[in-house]
Design a protein around this ligand. Structure first.
Ligand code: PLP
Length: 423
C-alpha cells in the first residue's frame, strides 16, 4: 500500500516527500505512509504497528496524541485557528520560556526551526554589524541558504554538502569549523576575527548522529566569542526541552547570547522560537530596525500545544524518569548487540541516541562519517520488518518519549536480536 501511495505522491510531489529526510534513498525502499500514532506507537496505512523512535524527528517527547495536548488542542481549535493578532497565550508561553531557558530574556515566536535560525542569524549580523558567521561541519540549522554549507542531516546523508541555488557570495560568508576542535575555531577567528558576527552550534550535535561536546568545548566557544566580540548562538531546536527544561545550556552551564528552539516546544505543531538578551532582542522591529514577521507566528493552536507540553515537562521528576528509561534503553541495546560480528559505537545523551556502525568512538564529524551506512541500511530495513521505525538515515538521532515503557524498549531489543545475524 505504501509503495502505491508513494508512486502516486511522486507524480505531484518531488520524490513523493515534503521533507527530504523522509525519503528512503539512503536505506532503500519507499517511504512508509503513516496514518495515526498513539503513545510510543505509529501505525501505517495498512494498520501495521511500529515502535516509533523517530518521534516526528524529536518533537514528540510525550509520545503520539497525548491526551493533555489533544484536549488543549480541542479547546483552542473551538475558538478559531488563527487571528493574525495578539493573544495572551503568546505572552504566557513567552514567560514560561524565559523562566526555563537561562539565555532567554526576551523571545520571538515563529513557525519552524528554520525560521528561528535564519532570524537569529540576521539579528546577530545586524547587532554586531558583521557579515560572516561560523558553523560546524555536519551541524544542521535548517534549510536557509547561509546554513546549507556542509550541513548535516539530509544534506549529509545524500552526500550534498551544499545545495545548488546557494550563491557563492552567500557561501563565502559561512565559515566552517570542526565540532569539538577549538583550534579550528581559533584559527578562523585569527583570520577573520573582526568580521564574524556569530558562531552557530548545536551544543549536542544531532544531525551527524548524536555527537556529544567534549569537556570544555562549549565553554571554550563562549570564551572565544566573548574575546572576539562575536555572539554565541546555541541552536537548541533538538536539545531544547529534550535534555531538560533549561536545555543543553542548563545542562552544560554555558550561556549563549542567542538561542533557537523548535520541535518539542510546538508539541508536534509548527512552532519555533528565538531569543536571548533583551538588549539584542530589542533590535528587532518594531523596536529596532531588524525586520521579522510571520502571518502565523504565535499561532493560537501551536501555542496551546506548547503550553500543554510545558505543563507536563514542568512536573517534578519528568526528566529524571525519562532519562532513567533512556539509560535502560542504551544498556539493553548494547546487550542486544553484544553478540554482533561487526563493530558499533553508541552515543547517547538524555533521551537522544545514535548507533554508529564503526569501531572508533565518535566525537567528530570525520569519525561520524566513518560509520558503515550500508550496514545501517540493512539494520533499518530489518528493524522496519520487525515493527520498529527508525530514522531512514544513519546521521540522525533516535528519540524516546515518556510513553516508551521498559516493555516497549525490550521489544525493540528483541527485534535487534532477531535480525543481528543478517546485518
Ligand atoms: N536546527 C536543528 C538543530 C535541527 O535539527 C533542525 C531540524 O531538524 C532545524 C534547525 C530546522 O528546523 P525545522 O525543520 O523545524 O525547520
Amino acid at each position: 500500500m505504501s509503495e502505491a501511495r508513494h508512486h502516486r505522491a511522486s507524480q505531484v510531489i518531488p520524490g513523493g516527500v515534503n521533507s527530504t529526510v523522509r525519503a528512503f534513498r539512503s536505506v532503500g525502499g519507499s517511504p512508509v505512509f503513516m496514518e495515526r500514532g498513539k503513545g510510543p506507537f505509529i501505525y501505517d496505512a495498512d494498520g501495521k504497528e511500529y515502535i516509533d523512535f523517530v518521534c516526528s524527528w524529536g518533537p514528540l517527547i510525550l509520545g503520539h496524541a497525548h491526551p493533555h495536548v489533544t484536549e488543549a488542542l480541542h479547546k483552542a481549535i473551538e475558538k478559531g485557528t488563527s487571528f493574525g493578532a495578539c493573544t495572551e497565550a503568546e505572552t504566557l508561553l513567552a514567560e514560561r520560556l524565559c523562566l526555563a531557558v537561562p539565555s532567554f530574556e526576551k523571545v520571538r515566536l515563529v513557525s519552524s526551526g528554520t525560521e528561528a535560525t535564519l532570524s537569529a542569524l540576521r539579528l546577530a549580523r545586524a547587532y554586531t554589524g558583521r557579515e560572516r558567521f561560523m558553523k560546524f561541519r555536519g551541524c544542521y540549522h535548517g534549510h536557509a541558504d547561509s546554513f546549507l554549507i556542509e550541513a548535516g542531516s539530509g544534506a549529509l546523508t545524500l552526500g550534498q554538502p551544499s545545495s545548488p541555488g546557494v550563491t557563492k557570495a552567500c557561501a563565502q560568508d559561512t565559515l566552517l569549523a570542526e565540532f569539538n576542535n577549538l583550534e579550528s575555531v581559533q584559527a578562523i577567528f585569527n583570520k577573520y576575527g573582526d568580521s564574524i558576527s556569530c558562531v552557530f552550534v548545536e551544543p549536542v550535535a544531532g544531525n551527524m548522529g548524536v555527537v556529544l561536546p567534549e569537556a570544555g568545548f562549549l565553554q571554550g566557544l563562549r570564551n572565544l566569542c566573548t574575546a572576539n566580540g562575536s555572539l554565541l548562538v546555541f541552536d537548541e531546536v533538538i536539545t531544547g526541552f529534550r535534555l531538560g527544561l533549561s536545555g543543553a545550556q542548563g545542562y552544560f552551564n554555558v550561556t549563549p547570547d542567542l538561542t533557537t528552539m523548535g520541535k518539542i516546544i510546538g508539541g508536534g505543531l509548527p512552532l519555533g522560537v528565538y531569543g536571548g538578551k533583551a538588549e539584542i532582542m530589542d533590535r528587532i522591529s518594531p523596536l529596532g530596525p531588524v525586520y521579522q514577521a510571520g502571518t502565523l507566528s504565535g499561532n493560537p493552536i501551536a501555542t496551546a500545544a506548547g503550553l500543554a507540553v510545558l505543563d507536563l515537562l514542568e512536573q517534578p521528576g519528568f526528566y529524571e524518569s525519562l532519562n532513567f528509561r533512556a539509560e535502560q534503553w542504551e544498556n539493553s541495546t548494547r546487550e542486544a548487540l553484544s553478540g554482533a560480528a561487526f563493530p558499533f559505537t553508541i552515543n547517547r545523551l538524555g533521551s537522544m541516541m545514535t548507533l554508529f556502525f564503526t569501531e572508533s568512538p565518535v566525537s567528530s564529524y570525520a569519525q561520524a562519517v566513518q560509520s558503515d551506512t550500508k550496514r545501517y541500511g540493512r539494520y533499518f530495513s530489518a528493524m522496519l520488518g520487525q515493527g520498529v521505525y527508525l530514522a531512514p538515515a544513519q546521521f540522525e538521532a533516535a528519540f524516546i518519549s515518556c510513553e516508551h515503557s521498559e516493555k516497549v524498549l525490550e521489544r525493540s531489543c528483541e527485534a535487534i536480536r532477531n535480525c543481528i545475524s543478517g546485518l
